[in-house]
Ligand binder design. Structure first.
Ligand code: AP5
Ligand code: MG
Length: 185
């Protein structure tokens, strides 16, 4: 059973490491970014609302992502655990998550904070080239991360849930560090 949040800047490797964690621990990855991109691709009402913020590298409204997470965590495969990738991203989302997990009686095991410096991020994302990986959007996503999301590290530190992991090196090296961190809880 694994019940964790992966906290980290754009391009810090949340998606890459989630895939390996899914394989190792058999719990689903729940990525608000992936869920939102599917909604945009399907041109659903939710997707249409989210698209402008995503294209600009800003955040989609809290009530939209919280609603998505509530629905997703209530699906049967998340009963035994989950890897939250890219959620929460604001203080309000973190508080909603606490409430939801208390309701579900599935408290967080820990929060893994993947730390990567900005130059490496820009390098990785320009090489990837997703539609929100232009230089200007990357810069904005990073600024939004520093302002709204990074403070959550202190929020979780206060509760004794934070595990900080160096997010540079090979994918396998980083995975080893994450495993050591989550297995120690
Ligand atoms: P989201 O999809 O979550 O994007 P992000 O947080 O910006 O992060 P990325 O997916 O770009 O990076 P990642 O950390 O997953 O890294 P990856 O493994 O891909 O969100 C997109 C947008 O949706 C947001 O901007 C926002 O608008 C909206 N949104 C999402 N969640 C929201 C929320 N909760 N509230 C409000 N709005 C929300 O790796 C990146 C690249 O690096 C890849 O090419 C990979 O191959 C490479 N790489 C990975 N590891 C390494 C390594 N060790 N060495 C070298 N390269 C590596
Ligand atoms: Mg991702």
């Amino acid at each position: 059973m694994l019940k964790i949040v992966l906290l980290g800047s754009p391009g810090s490797g949340k998606g890459t490491q989630s895939a390996k964690l899914v394989e190792e621990y058999g719990v689903p990855q729940i990525s608000t970014g992936d869920l939102l991109r599917s909604a945009v691709a399907a041109q659903s009402e939710l997707g249409l609302k989210a698209k402008a913020a995503m294209d600009a590298g800003g955040l989609v409204a809290d009530e939209i992502v919280v609603g998505m997470i509530r629905e997703r965590l209530n699906e049967p495969d998340a009963e035994e655990g989950f890897i939250l990738d890219g959620f929460p991203r604001t203080r309000a989302q973190a508080e909603e998550l606490d409430e939801l997990l208390t309701e579900l009686d599935r408290p967080l095991q820990c929060v893994v904070h993947l730390q990567v410096e900005k130059e490496e991020i820009v390098h990785r994302l320009l090489a990837r080239g997703r539609s929100d990986d232009s230089e200007e959007t990357i810069r904005n996503r990073f600024a939004v991360f520093q302002e709204q999301t990074e403070p959550l590290a202190a929020y979780y530190e206060k509760r004794g849930l934070l595990k900080t992991v160096k997010g540079t090196g090979t994918v396998d090296e980083i995975f080893g560090r994450i495993k050591a961190a989550v297995d120690s809880v």
